[in-house]
Design a protein around this ligand. Sequence first.
Ligand SMILES: Cc1ncc(COP(=O)(O)O)c(C=O)c1O
Length: 406
Amino acid sequence: MIDIKNVRSNFPIFQNNEDLVYLDSAASSLKHKNSIRDVMNYYMQSGSNVGRGSYKIQLNTSEMYEESRKYISRYLNAESEKSIVFTKGATHAFNMIAYHFGNKLKKGDEVLTTKLEHHASFLPWQRACNKAGAKLIFSPLDNDFRINIDKLLDLINEKTKVVAITLVSNVLGYVTPMEKIIKKAHDVGAIVVCDAAQAAPHQKLDVKELDCDFLAFSGHKCFGPTGVGVLYGKYEHLIEMDPIEVGGSMVDDVKEQYFTTAEPPNKFEAGTPPIAQVIGLKSAIEYLNQVQGKKLEDHINELRNYAVNRLLELKDIIIYNPRAEVGIITFNLKDIHAHDVETFLASDNVCVRAGHHCARLLMDVFKTSATIRISLHIYNEKKDIDKLIFALKKASNFFNTLEEVK
Ligand SMILES: Cc1ncc(COP(=O)(O)O)c(C=O)c1O
């Protein structure tokens, strides 16, 4: 059993917000105290740049920055830390990949994706396909909105150049079984880009075992700072890839009319990087690494099942994913707009997300413009769900009474 009181003592937000019901971790998780401490320590004790000098505080900062890279490389089981690029976040990483591989697309080529994707995962490819005259193909979903793996495998052919897929859906919490997809994509010479933005906070990732070409996630969903993300890429691809940004720190040599780039990962980290965030990310991932595993999975599963059962007490509930694998539940109250419900819940300090969740295409599949999403993590407990249900029942009564008065 997880000791919630002890867990919550690691998240300073609860010190001043005891009645906070935070059910929006898929948008951004709460921040761990060690991560906040290390960001602050960097500013208090150094504040210097990285890789540009030999004085003490700069050497220390550079060492901490590179330690973070090494730690994350080991955490992901990457072949070496040279495969780990620090980015602004997952969105930035996918744009970096699509910039290079998008420029290589030709008329008639295909990029395979799904309607479960977050905009960050497929819009960079949509733009690249439109520019190149290539085709963006959406693999069909089953009736319960899961990816139909057999149909997806059938769509991979010699025209497929890229497969861009989420490991865990940010709306439905479904986990994509990637093994066969990656194998078939590689058989036809396509690259596979895994969106791990929702997987990283919940699953231990092993890029060697997965054998994906690229994988990216954001620090702020993993108890860490905003403004930092991780792009893992197979080194053979990173060596070949053109960086989007050019400038300081990413060059080997510069002449009047041309320059040569440094080796990866530096080639992709032009300018002053998010130093404090990279340092704070290490401590966040250390905590994640410490708590990830069966105990946390059991905790989230139990909470999710409890939440689904309690939501079913509401007579006007529509649940889109009653059998999700991670702690994400997406629902609506019949005939009440998701944003109205969200605003109502906010007045009880119950934090949920309403809208299209940056997965606009999935809303068309649902035949709605918006849903309410709750997302759970280690600091949540049954009391949070009870408060949510209490507030939802109030909202339902309020809006239904309004409807009767009308
Ligand atoms: C599945 C998924 N992919 C990508 C992103 C983009 O992450 P960021 O906004 O941190 O770049 C998100 C954020 O919600 C997400 O849920």
